[in-house]
Design a binder for this molecule. Structure first.
Ligand SMILES: NC(=O)C1=CN([C@@H]2O[C@H](COP(=O)(O)OP(=O)(O)OC[C@H]3O[C@@H](n4cnc5c(N)ncnc54)[C@H](OP(=O)(O)O)[C@@H]3O)[C@@H](O)[C@H]2O)C=CC1
Ligand SMILES: CC(=O)[C@H](N)C(=O)O
Length: 280
């Protein structure tokens, strides 16, 4: 199944207000997909939606949603049902990272990270996969990271969230094999987007060289067309992903600590706690 639709079909892209998500929306619109664009930034989503509708003549829908909210997946599903929108391709792309020493990262930041990178991704898949299976056609594309191939100290929660994305995608893919629905994971190395600005340091790009969203998204859609389990765009990133030893696990984590130590150079530090009153 190519994702290029013979008749208009609808792709839902989370995190479509920026970076890889905006590029997914653009390349899917160029293939003729109608779009549902999801993120928090209404103005930006409406801008992207209007531009893609104008250039490609596709239908675009904007759903403003904070995916860190516990009921986010259900809210999006309700919105789709209310508007009578059927989704044929789900691109779970929204996400962000945290970096630095675990104890110095705000707990609410890591909580939100897991809600967006993991929980919302699973909830949206729960909401949309059954319809695809019923129709015997559809696809789910989940955005992981090269950071998910191994434990990455000082990016510990982020990298673990991306390990989840890869393992979940591969397991689900086997469950639905032969039922007309594809599942592919995209695991990119560093890409020039707002990601590192949001995280607070470019030193979180611990390995590989920066690329732009265009070739990464092109490689992801090609992998989906070819029904690949996962893809890591860029030869250097792919070699690293495939040749890095996975065992012994303790040694891999120890070496990971050395490699990822550079994150600490510039990772955002927590604000100093307010001094306790000396006067009582
Ligand atoms: N850039 C990189 O080097 C790499 C990125 N990735 C992954 O790619 C994906 C896209 O990131 P990228 O494009 O790089 O980064 P950007 O920061 O440019 O985009 C992140 C997107 O996620 C959305 N998002 C973040 N938090 C929320 C939230 N609480 N609710 C709804 N949407 C949210 C943002 O929208 P808004 O703020 O409007 O809500 C934005 O559209 C992420 O999953 C990231 O982990 C993977 C490997 C490498
Ligand atoms: C931030 C990422 O997820 C990326 N894989 C990287 O290598 O920097």
């Amino acid at each position: 199944m190519s994702t290029a639709p013979a008749v208009p079909s609808t792709a839902l892209v989370t995190g479509a207000s920026s970076g890889l998500g905006t590029e997914f929306a653009a390349q899917l619109a160029a293939r003729g997909h109608d779009l549902v664009l999801v993120a928090r930034s209404r103005d930006r989503l409406e801008e992207v939606a209007a531009e893609l509708a104008r250039v490609h003549g596709v239908k675009t829908h904007v759903v403003v949603q904070d995916l860190a909210r516990p009921d986010a997946g259900r809210q999006v599903a309700r919105e789709l049902a209310d508007r009578g929108i059927r989704v044929d391709l789900l691109v779970n792309n929204a996400g962000f990272g945290t970096g630095g020493r675990f104890e110095e990262i705000g707990p609410e930041r890591d909580h939100d990270l897991l809600m967006v990178n993991v929980v919302a991704l699973v909830d949206l898949t729960h909401a949309l996969l059954p319809g695809m299976l019923e129709r015997g056609t559809g696809a789910v594309l989940n955005v992981g990271s090269t950071a998910g191939y191994q434990p990455s100290p000082y990016l510990s929660v982020y990298s673990a969230s991306k390990t989840f994305v890869l393992n979940f995608s591969m397991a689900l893919r086997e469950e639905v094999r032969g039922r007309g629905v594809r599942v592919t994971a995209l695991c990119p190395g560093p890409v020039e987007t707002r990601f590192f600005e949001v995280l607070g340091t470019r030193d979180a790009a611990v390995a590989g060289s920066f690329t732009t969203p265009e070739p990464v998204v092109r490689a992801a859609l090609a992998a989906l067309d070819r029904n690949r389990a996962y893809v890591t765009p860029g030869l250097g990133n792919a070699l690293m992903a495939h040749l890095t030893p996975r065992r012994p696990r303790t040694l891999v984590a120890r070496v990971g600590e050395r490699i990822c130590r550079k994150v600490l150079k510039t990772a955002p530090r927590p604000a100093a706690p307010a001094p306790q009153s000396l006067t009582g």
